[in-house]
Design a binder for this molecule. Structure first.
Ligand SMILES: NC(=O)c1ccc[n+]([C@@H]2O[C@H](COP(=O)([O-])OP(=O)(O)OC[C@H]3O[C@@H](n4cnc5c(N)ncnc54)[C@H](OP(=O)(O)O)[C@@H]3O)[C@@H](O)[C@H]2O)c1
Length: 311
């Protein structure tokens, strides 16, 4: 029976992946932060181990538990645990940024490192859960985007190193799907220069979460990446991720950014008019071509564009 270790398995994608693999005949070790609070799995052969991926000691203990459960031959690891925070970067507290990077990047890396000896023995597979936020930047999600770009680059580098050792790496890029991640994400800031921006971002990402489709295709794609003879390096899941990848590949950067502005809901956003130095700064920006933002005087009124055009 093939074996897999999945982190962040208490809910969302992780739980679905555990259930999908177990139903397909896999022996799954489900890593959860709080086993007592986890609703029992109904399908197949599942062992639950406690693991907070920001704790090196818990990762080491979980890897030892995986080794005991699988006899040291692990066919797959899916380091899925992840968190998000919403807000303008300047107003996102460093501890939130650190929490996102420690969970989504270092947690993923150290989970993989801890089980690599078992994966190499079994010529197993690594399936990373990235995002369409690993394809293009999205306003209000800078820490999350940074974490997913890091996973993309690291995973691609890792794939070269592990291929000769018989371990394949796949990176899954889901668009938005209905899980608890967006309702759980704290919203930070919303004052001063960003007073009118943060509510738009918060409403936009929450609405995207509420509109999103059920996450089953993500679990199906993980199972496919683990079952096919030659897994691909990247799998895009859902229309949004496929569109974003195509837009990144095909559109000029200015059109691409207009697309991101539109889908993130900030297309019509202008910085708040409460800033007393607005006119002065807009004039200065108008002269500094290519600076951070460009101001224009139109019919006697100042309009500030957040991004310079044509970059
Ligand atoms: N949903 C989407 O639209 C979407 C799209 C693209 C990518 N993703 C990615 O998919 C992955 C799963 O997200 P999801 O949407 O399923 O979110 P979710 O429903 O909020 O589930 C997140 C899971 O991660 C666990 N977790 C959080 N911090 C952890 C830590 N420090 N140690 C161990 N486990 C931790 C949570 O455990 P607790 O129950 O203990 O909190 C939970 O099981 C993430 O990497 C996310 O970035 C999601």
């Amino acid at each position: 029976m093939p074996s897999a270790f999945v982190t962040g398995a208490s809910r969302g994608f992780g739980r679905l992946i555990v259930e999908r693999l177990a139903a397909a005949g896999w022996h799954v070790v489900a890593g959860v932060r709080d086993p007592a609070a986890t609703v029992p799995y109904t399908a197949g052969s599942v062992d639950v181990v406690p693991v907070d991926v920001t704790s090196p000691a818990e990762i080491a203990a979980a890897a030892a538990a995986v080794e005991r459960a699988t006899g040291g031959w692990l066919d797959a690891v899916v380091p899925n645990a992840g968190v998000a925070v919403v807000g303008a970067f300047e107003e996102t507290p460093p501890e939130d940024v650190r929490r996102v990077l420690e969970t989504n990047v270092l947690g993923v890396m150290e989970t993989v490192r801890a089980v690599l000896p078992q994966l190499r023995r079994a010529h197993g597979r690594v399936v990373l859960i990235s995002s369409d936020c690993g394809i293009a930047g999205a306003p209000g999600l800078s820490a999350y985007v940074a974490s997913k770009f890091a996973v993309e680059g690291w995973g691609e580098a890792l794939a070269y190193e592990l291929e000769p050792l018989g371990v394949a790496v796949s990176i899954i890029q889901p668009g938005p799907f209905a899980t608890g991640i967006w309702s759980a994400a704290p919203i930070r800031g919303g004052e001063g220069a960003y007073a009118s921006l943060t509510p738009i971002l918060a409403a936009g990402w929450r609405a995207a979460g509420e509109r999103a489709a059920p996450a089953d295709p993500v679990a199906d794609t993980v199972l496919r990446a683990l079952s096919v003879r030659r897994p691909r390096l990247r799998y895009r899941v859902g229309r949004d991720a496929r569109l974003m990848a195509a837009a990144r590949r095909l559109l000029p950067s200015t059109v691409m950014r207009a697309h991101v502005r539109r889908v993130s809901g900030i297309g019509r956003w202008r910085p708040s008019r409460s800033n007393g130095r607005r006119r002065h700064r807009a004039r200065a920006r108008g002269r500094l071509r290519g600076g951070v933002g460009r101001g224009r005087l139109r019919r006697g009124r100042v309009r500030c564009r957040w991004w310079p055009r044509g970059r």
